[in-house]
Design a protein around this ligand. Structure first.
Ligand code: ZN
Length: 730
């Protein structure tokens, strides 16, 4: 049977909003179709998840469906195309167009069907003879392998861990403009937002946030999501928890346990701090299917997999995943099927784990304390669960407790089962450290009553990053206690850059000579650019400037890292404004957001009207979420403090006003409003001065021609002020 159809995604109407056209759920997107915008290429791309592909082809648009597919794309000859599966043919139509025929002969759900066309550069790579290609903007062609180059190694890692070789014919990744989401695991053709494109130099500062976490996430979906698919959106966590956890697996393998554990902590923290309304991990009661794409399905789900791995052990964990994939491949699955795979592998009944974590809400909150009875020679550990039981449950869980006495460690496993648990251990002397959850695997909030000496012992003896972090955090908040500061100073040499950074930023108000000496070394020699940048920042803010520091800041302007260069520029601005202004001017042609914002920061302090064009020029380069917030704030300061020319102010107000009225970045909008209000306030100040001058002249020399000049200025200012107030009122 054939269905002939025409799709008109641009004309789709949002049923809920009445007559409004669908903008982000129309499935098929034409970007810069008439080529009027010179800042971006012409592209076509699709986004199927959740049920948007039915906007451009007839299908039963549900995740529990499966289909093979063929796509023929006729495009202008110089465009590249990409879709699922294999490119079977490519025919020149002799009229300036070409028709590409793509085919996917394995079953996939409708939401993973994709196509795209654009003037991409294609950089080729491979894994065991399968093509692994990177489709990027031409400008980033020479950096494609810096961004994506670890993909074959990731495919190898995941294939081995799962004992299930990558099941598809090839793996492509394509970067799209104006993409409506972060990234999408379309089978064999992952689509990623342009935020992923970076130069080699930009990648120095932030390897993970910029690329690799996303790359491993989308790749792992090719087993969890694409091969075995959530049966319904209620079971979305069967896709997203695994993709989330794959970021941990890749970091652990490639960069070590500390980098992985830091991610686990960040993910758990984001979930706990930003989820005011809890729902079951498997959620049958959502209002809108898009609502389950949240920190519960992703972050909490990933943390739960990590706990499950800790509970059953590594080999059973990966064997169970293998069994789950083998049993359910090319089919939809629900959470009980995951449980069955784990039960079959381990021989254990894991109902308790799945009912607590998958079919329940919230997370445990613990009050923990321990005491030592020297007569009985016993340690008593008390663990109370304090979470709101109307919103959650009591969590049962085996937990490791390590007790350190006289230089030896004794390991125990206790089982939490009640809201008040008490455990007693024999110990001939008072322990140096009682390490609750020594695997640091629990997703929880802990309130631990621990003596400073024990925290000092913890930092000095802990292997795990999370224990060292826990110790430093506690010591930083009791910095005046004996020995606490010494540990933070010691942590400036921690093997993990993140903790060196943490220590620097906890000692921000410290001005002791030993700290300065360490900072000076770190600012120049630390292997991490983020640590070098922070060291410069704290040196410039805390310590007396001298010639050698000025030299250091100038040298920082030649650092391989943009972050260090940016901090060097800001530090220089505190020492010598002429030199800083000169460097700022020389660096204007960069297109790196942080550095441009550093320059903008210098101009907002020392610049004048002549720098107004710079602010306008960089607007497109600083449109990322965080850069835009800083941009709006410094631009506002510049307009208020350094600008006198109404035309310059007006241009700035237009740009900031447009972010305020049309932007989607809520925090940037907030700052934009406040920037506009500040500009209004500075107009009012100016008008006050003009009014006084006019009154004075009218009294003393009423025929002075200056009066009418001042009146014109006053009415100009009032007009500008009115314009800004109109924008704020929108
Ligand atoms: Zn995902």
């Amino acid at each position: 049977m054939y269905i002939e159809y025409v799709s008109k995604p641009e004309e789709l109407i949002d049923e809920q909003a009445g007559s409004a056209a669908i903008t982000s759920h129309k499935g098929l997107f034409f970007i810069n179709a008439n080529d009027s915008d010179k800042t971006k290429p012409r592209e076509v791309w699709t986004q199927g998840e959740t049920e948007d592909n039915s906007c451009w082809f007839p299908t039963i648009d549900k995740p529990n469906q499966r289909m093979t597919e063929e796509i023929f794309m006729t495009i202008e000859k110089d465009f590249k195309t990409l879709s699922n599966g294999a490119l079977l043919s490519s025919i020149d139509n002799k009229d300036g167009t070409r028709t590409d025929h793509w085919s996917m002969d394995l079953n996939i759900p409708p939401y993973l069907v994709m196509m795209t066309a654009g003037p991409y550069a294609v950089v080729k790579d491979s894994w065991h003879g399968k093509e692994v290609n990177y489709f990027v903007d031409k400008k980033y062609e020479k950096y494609a392998k810096d961004i994506f180059g670890n993909t074959p190694q990731m495919i190898e890692l995941f294939s081995k861990l799962l004992k299930f070789p990558y099941p598809w014919n090839k793996y492509d990744q394509v970067v799209a403009h104006d993409y409506v989401s972060g990234a999408m695991e379309n089978t064999t053709a992952t689509l990623l937002g342009e935020f992923l494109q970076h130069t080699r130099r930009e990648l120095i500062d932030n390897k993970f946030d910029n690329a690799e976490d996303d790359i491993s996430h989308e790749l792992f979906h090719h087993w969890f999501g694409d091969l075995v698919t959530c049966e319904s959106w209620s079971n979305l966590t069967l896709n997203e928890s695994f993709a989330n956890y794959s970021e941990y697996l890749w970091r652990q393998y490639k960069y070590g346990a500390d980098e992985a554990d830091e991610l686990l902590q960040k993910n758990g923290g984001e979930y706990i701090n930003n989820t005011p309304t809890q729902h079951n991990l498997v959620d049958f009661y959502y209002k809108d299917r898009e609502d389950v794409f949240d920190l519960i399905s992703y972050n909490k789900g990933g943390c739960i997999l990590h706990m499950l791995r800790s509970v059953v052990g590594d080999s059973a964990f990966f064997d169970a995943l293998h069994l789950y994939l083998e049993t359910n491949k090319f089919s939809p699955a629900e959470a009980p099927q995951l449980r069955l795979a784990f039960e079959k592998t381990t021989g254990q009944d894991l109902t308790w784990f799945f009912s607590e974590w998958y079919n329940n809400k919230g997370y445990p909150q613990f009050d923990i304390k321990h005491s030592y009875d020297s007569v009985k020679q016993q340690v008593t550990l008390e663990v109370n669960q304090t979470q709101d039981l109307s919103e959650s449950t009591i969590f049962q869980m085996p937990v490791n407790v390590d007790i350190y006495c006289n230089g030896t460690k004794e390991s125990h496993v206790v089982t939490l089962s009640k809201n008040r648990d008490k455990f007693v251990f024999n110990a001939t002397v008072k322990p140096d450290w009682v390490d609750f959850d020594s695997q640091k695997m629990l997703l929880c909030v802990k309130n631990e009553d621990v003596h400073t000496n024990e925290r000092i012992f913890e930092y000095n003896h802990a292997v795990k990053y999370l224990a060292r972090y826990e110790a430093l955090r506690s010591l930083a908040s009791h910095i005046s206690k004996p020995g606490a500061r010494d540990v933070l100073i010691k942590a400036l040499h921690d093997k993990f850059w993140y903790l060196r950074r943490y220590a620097i930023n906890k000692l921000t108000d410290d001005t002791m000579p030993d700290f300065e000496a360490e900072l000076r070394k770190m600012a120049v020699n630390d292997s991490s650019s983020m640590v070098r940048a922070d060291a410069i920042n704290v040196l410039a803010k805390n310590f007396k400037h001298d010639g050698s520091l000025s030299v250091m800041y100038k040298n920082a302007l030649n650092d391989s890292s943009y972050s260090v260069e940016t901090e060097g520029l800001s530090a220089l601005a505190m020492v010598n404004k002429q030199v800083a202004m000169k460097y700022a001017h020389d660096l204007e042609n960069s297109d790196e957001a942080d550095l441009l914002l550093g320059i903008a920061g210098v101009y907002s302090q020392y610049g004048n009207d002549s720098n107004g064009d710079f602010f306008a020029k960089i607007a497109d380069h600083v449109s990322g979420f965080e850069p835009q917030i800083v941009y709006v704030a410094v631009y506002g300061q510049f307009l208020k403090q350094r600008c006198t020319n109404n035309a310059n102010i007006s241009k700035g107000v237009d740009i900031i006003g447009s972010i305020y009225v049309h932007g989607s970045n809520r925090i940037a909008k907030f700052y934009a409003r406040s920037a506009l209000q500040q500009v209004v306030a500075s107009y009012q100040d100016r008008e006050g001065v003009l009014n006084e001058q006019i009154t004075e002249l009218q009294k003393n020399s009423p025929n002075d021609p200056k009066i009418s000049t001042l009146q014109v200025s006053l009415s100009d200012d009032k007009a500008e002020e009115g314009k800004i107030n109109d924008i704020i009122a929108q």
